[in-house]
Design a protein around this ligand. Structure first.
Ligand code: PMV
Length: 353
């Protein structure tokens, strides 16, 4: 890797990147952040991170990569150290980092303490900034930019690999999509029924409290989980089923898989050793109310869960008006301080001026 000759020694890039919600979940990893099963997610729109990066091409490769890190306008040493450690650990994949000194500023469009996992949006925004710098300063750059950003995002947080892709992303080798890869996520939005381009995701914040077990500790516990192998096979099978449902626009089949995936993720936590529960009583109450409402009305609304207590309510755009009273009267009272983030499937990251 060589830096182009005669270029400016400093510059600035800024990217905004969204969060995503998995429909078939990634849970368990090996090696350098490779997934033990394939996953598929909706890329969101409103829940996003914007990161700006002022860079200088440095003389001495021993100097730290990060010279300053501000989160929501304030210096944040804990985050700075984490990112410094992460970027140092990926220099073998991204040698350009040896030549860079970075001043970063990052902020989320959703409240940091809302209980929404921000690692996917944060890591993908950071990866896009770095790959963008790489693209503009490295001589004879021939990489696929999106793939490269997805790889770097993945190394930071597995699920972040999917956030660089618009609408619908698949990450991980599987039996159904030949060009899917463990290194990076690929786009799949163009292959599904257009109903799924306009899906809503209303995130019901049941609790803002910090999780008792982090995602990385949770992934690790899959190593000793007696159901791990069965889970990896089930996830692969579920990917095939959900792809068929999404191609044909079969909402019932879609709902069936999405809800089983959410339940399987939490069941795996409950039978890990040590076992743990991330759902709260109101998580279960929301689930029960969603299922009763669907039975009574036949409206294709379903839930999914991340590694936490908050419930993602998924439904097609056409049903928005019919769902609004149900959400505000029956679900909002079960959230912490009537906290809800209304989001929908989005078009992926944007480069800002
Ligand atoms: O990206 P991580 O390591 O925070 O893992 C996230 C895993 C889940 O959100 C629970 C599922 C997924 O596929 O996003």
């Amino acid at each position: 890797m060589k830096i182009k000759k005669g270029i400016a020694q400093e510059g600035f890039v800024k990217w905004e990147s969204p969060s995503n919600i998995a429909l078939v979940k990634y849970w368990g990893k090996y090696g350098r952040q490779y997934p033990t099963n394939p996953s598929i997610s909706f890329t969101l729109s409103n829940a996003k991170t914007s990161t700006s990066c002022k860079y200088t091409i440095k003389e001495n490769s021993q100097d730290p990569i990060i010279s300053n890190f501000k989160f929501e306008g304030k210096e944040n040493l804990a985050f700075e150290n984490r990112i410094q450690k992460f970027l140092t650990s990926v220099i073998d994949y991204f040698p350009v980092l040896n030549q860079l000194s970075l001043e970063l500023e990052s902020e989320n469009t959703f409240p940091h303490s809302s209980g929404i996992a921000s690692s996917a949006s944060a890591m993908s925004a950071l990866a896009l900034c770095i790959c963008d710098i790489e693209k503009s300063i490295v001589e004879d750059y021939k990489e696929n930019f999106t793939q490269r950003a997805s790889i770097l995002a993945r190394l930071g947080s597995g699920s972040a690999s999917r956030s660089v892709i618009e609408k619908l992303a698949i990450w991980g080798k599987n039996d159904f999509v030949a060009h899917a890869d463990n290194d990076y996520a690929i786009a799949f939005g163009d292959n599904v029924h257009t109903d799924f381009h306009k899906y809503h995701d209303d995130i019901l914040i049941v609790s803002k409290n910090e999780k008792s077990v982090s995602s990385s500790a949770g992934h690790k516990l899959m190593d000793g989980n007696p159901y791990a192998e069965a889970r990896y096979q089930d996830a692969n099978k579920n990917l095939g089923l959900i792809l068929n449902a999404m191609k044909s626009g079969d909402h019932d089949a879609f709902i069936h898989i999405v809800e089983r995936e959410a339940m399987s993720l939490h069941a795996l936590m409950m039978c890990s050793d040590p076992s743990y529960i991330l759902m709260e009583p109101n998580t279960i109450e929301v689930i029960n109310r969603v299922r009763s409402f669907r039975r009574e009305t036949n409206i294709p609304v379903c839930f999914t869960l991340d590694a936490g207590p908050n419930v993602h309510l998924l439904y097609p755009d056409d049903y928005t008006d019919k769902l609004t009273p149900f959400i505000s009267e029956q679900l909002m009272p079960l959230t912490q301080n009537h906290n809800i983030i209304r989001d929908h499937v989005g078009n992926g990251p944007t480069k800002l001026d």
